[in-house]
Design a protein around this ligand. Sequence first.
Ligand SMILES: NC(=O)c1ccc[n+]([C@@H]2O[C@H](COP(=O)([O-])OP(=O)(O)OC[C@H]3O[C@@H](n4cnc5c(N)ncnc54)[C@H](OP(=O)(O)O)[C@@H]3O)[C@@H](O)[C@H]2O)c1
Length: 253
Amino acid sequence: MIYADLKGKKVLVTGSSSGIGVAAAKMFAEQGCFVGVHYFRTPQGGEKTLAEVKKISNGCLLKADLRDKKQITKMIQDFVKQAGGIDVLVNNAGSLIARQFFADATEEYFDDAFATNVKSAFLAAQAALEHLKKSKGCIVNIGSIAGHNGGAGGGGIYASAKAAVATMTIAMAKEFAPFGIRVNSVMPGLIETRFHEQFSTPERRKQVAAETPLGRNGRAEDVAKAILFLASDAAGFITGEYIAVNGGLYMRA
Ligand SMILES: NC(=O)c1ccc[n+]([C@@H]2O[C@H](COP(=O)([O-])OP(=O)(O)OC[C@H]3O[C@@H](n4cnc5c(N)ncnc54)[C@H](OP(=O)(O)O)[C@@H]3O)[C@@H](O)[C@H]2O)c1
């Protein structure tokens, strides 16, 4: 799969030390992009991804806790300095963090879930905006099927945060369209990454695969392909839209 227009583009993929971000970083590298590989708690993951990227293209490594505005600003500045600009920002980093039910979830958990999944994408977009205006670039936010169906098993606060990502994508798309900046999102279903190794039992994952019309759970590459499409000229007239990558687990008319 080659999107010729992506060649030479400067792409920052947050959360590319694990899972979906790794697959996206590698696929952008395969298109000849300069890839910003970002990590926070998993340096070895980030280093491994960058090594893969460098086998086929070029890139750089960036560390930031994306709940922190200063670190986000620095990450964007460092990337722009090393890449010479930014064409594509993929706000992929995120986490369920823990399973907590509304009945007894802590205020700290609520704040952490929204900072990790929503505020991070807002602040990164804001920090990158002036650079994206110059490149007439685009943003791809990673939401979740949970943002549509409310999640399950103590995932309600995370689901609410991902619903906010969906709405923020539309609102940003409207605000940034006059600058030629497109903003879209991808809503993954159950994707087999560290995420579900941490937060779902093997039995639950098997059950979801059985309930999924296409008969399996997703792979990180399934999501990465949708991210690449939205970042490419093939999606040049698409903004404020999302692609659900869930094997048919959640469908709408
Ligand atoms: N897997 C699924 O089924 C699924 C479904 C729907 C949506 N999603 C979404 O897809 C995205 C990627 O998930 P994944 O499945 O690839 O999970 P993953 O394998 O656990 O990777 C999560 C990534 O996010 C980064 N991250 C987490 N908290 C961070 C923080 N505070 N600051 C900076 N980076 C942080 C991690 O970096 P470090 O490890 O370096 O800290 C890691 O690179 C997330 O937004 C997730 O919510 C996943």
